[in-house]
Design a protein around this ligand. Structure first.
Ligand code: TYD
Ligand code: MG
Length: 476
């Protein structure tokens, strides 16, 4: 007979062990292994499996129309969802603790409920984390006390489902957060993967059966994964991340999975004293305070989903201290910075790698586009040489390891946004065409051309002169 002993499961990666240990061998996480109830032995039922019911298979053609959307009335939120919430769908909103998930959800529900009550639908907010009084306090702080949202405080999924099923089906249900929800069907402690997975599954099944749109809130662990809910991502129809830097007021809602819409859209919000405010023109916000041209700053004409976004990239190259040079990056990929530094050294002989390098994306935005290479490199060269780039100039383009500048998609959108915000020059990859007028283009072929531009361009401060023609070999 198969042994039915308890298993030990890593809460980080899901690896299963026969006995407890302090470190997970699979993902290297410490203290992530937790005892869970005995797993049913795989295949043990194979011989006694009952005969199943036959079901009809159908073709792909459909008479059904595109799913109707339930607008929350918050345009930034709706756009990230792909145009509003889809009835019967489940959406997971992940983010660091304290980033503003509960605030966002409460605002979305309140604004949905204000409109939906006219058509007989209502919104339900179940808080497993905060007491009713705390939620009410937040609502009054945001001036939402009068919104017709039904509020509940519960953590047991059976209680939640009985409550929801006893009344008319709500238009939208929010559960804050799934880490606190547990089911009495399992013996595992609340918050374990098994509990979170089972409880979420029950909630998602309820949403599908009833047609209510389900919003699940999930906390993200230190290494950026939605804790436990990682196991839930495949259950839900859409996964949104709510992110932002602590100390900044700006918050970005980003879709990472969406069965009903695009995954590269972002919504931009600002955290104010009275909740989150939508930011209609994010470019102005991420440009920082650009009162004067300073060495080390470059404006990247980026793209987030369908939306162009100008953001300032700031670099500081300092004389090396003792030992290994320091690298600190905020809002950009460390590996990408290492690559740019290597390309600058190997292809343009800049000798920057031995210096301490700091790189920052203004406004707390995270830039992941490879097209930011050119702007980052220009900021680095500008700081290294002490010469400011022209103030009214934007850049975009991707580096290849050979030092060539490669074209970036949607150049026209980026250029239009730059022209709209009053920029007059754009440093672009070769072959970029300008449609319309207003912006002067300067095509850059490779990293050496960029170095000569950035270190000679609009020199405003005295600094080092770099000769890009001196190309060092890596093997010297
Ligand atoms: P919260 O929504 O509780 O975060 P989460 O649910 O993601 O843990 O937001 C918490 C932070 O937001 C808190 O530090 C205070 C701040 N905040 C404001 O600045 N203004 C407001 O109007 C509200 C409601 C919160
Ligand atoms: Mg919260």
């Amino acid at each position: 007979m198969a042994r039915t002993q308890a298993s030990f499961v890593c809460q980080n990666c899901g690896a299963v062990y026969a006995k407890w240990s302090g470190k997970c061998e699979a993902c290297g996480g410490w203290n992530t292994i937790v005892e869970e109830g005995p797993a049913p032995p795989l295949g043990s039922n194979a011989t006694k499996r009952v005969k199943g019911r036959k079901f009809a298979l159908e073709d792909l053609k459909t008479e059904d129309k595109a799913p109707p959307r339930r607008s929350t009335g918050i345009a930034e939120f709706d756009r990230v969802c792909g145009g509003g919430l889809v009835p019967g769908s489940a959406l997971l909103i992940g983010g660091d603790p304290g980033i503003g998930k509960s605030t966002l959800i409460l605002q979305a529900l309140a604004s949905y409920a204000k409109v939906a009550t006219k058509s007989g639908r209502h919104a339900v907010y179940i808080s497993g984390e905060e007491a009713m009084a705390q939620v009410r306090l937040r609502a009054s702080r945001m001036d939402l006390s009068d919104a017709p949202v039904s509020l509940g405080s519960a953590t047991c999924v059976e209680d939640i489902l009985s409550t929801l099923e006893s009344g008319p089906t709500p238009g939208v249900v929010a559960i804050d957060s799934i880490q606190t929800i547990w089911t009495s069907a399992l013996e595992a402690a609340p918050g374990t993967i098994a509990q979170v997975r089972t409880a979420s599954f029950d909630l998602v099944r309820y949403a599908k059966a009833s047609g209510a749109a389900l919003l699940l809130v999930g906390h993200v662990t230190k290494d950026g994964q939605i804790a436990g809910p990682k196991a839930v991502e495949h259950l839900v129809d859409a996964v949104l991340y709510f992110e932002g830097e602590r100390g900044h007021h700006f918050r970005v809602l980003r879709a990472v999975k969406n069965r009903f819409g695009p995954t590269d859209e972002i919504g931009v919000f600002e955290m104010t004293g009275r909740g989150l405010a939508e930011v209609a023109n994010p470019s102005a916000l991420f440009l920082g305070d650009r009162s004067g041209a300073a060495p080390g700053a470059a404006v990247f004409a980026g793209l987030e989903g369908t939306r162009p976004l100008l953001v300032e990239i700031q670099a500081l190259v300092a004389a090396p201290g003792y030992g290994t040079p320091r690298r600190a990056v905020v809002g950009w990929d460390t590996g990408r910075l290492a690559m740019i530094l290597a390309v600058l050294d190997a292809r343009a002989g800049l000798g920057i790698s031995s210096h301490d390098v700091y790189l920052n994306v203004a406004g707390g935005l995270k830039v992941s586009e490879p097209a930011a290479d050119l702007a980052a490199a220009a900021a680095l060269i500008s700081s290294f040489t002490g010469r400011a780039l022209p103030k009214d100039c934007v850049l975009f383009g991707e580096f290849s390891l050979s030092g060539d500048v490669r074209p970036a998609p949607q150049a026209e959108l980026r250029l239009k946004e730059a022209a709209k915000l009053g920029f007059s020059t754009a440093i672009v990859p070769q072959g970029t065409k300008m449609i319309g007028d207003g912006l002067q283009l300067r095509e850059i072929k490779d990293v050496q051309e960029l170095v000569s531009f950035a270190s000679s361009g609009a020199a405003q401060t005295q600094g080092r002169v770099v000769r890009p023609s001196v190309v060092k070999s890596n093997h010297e």
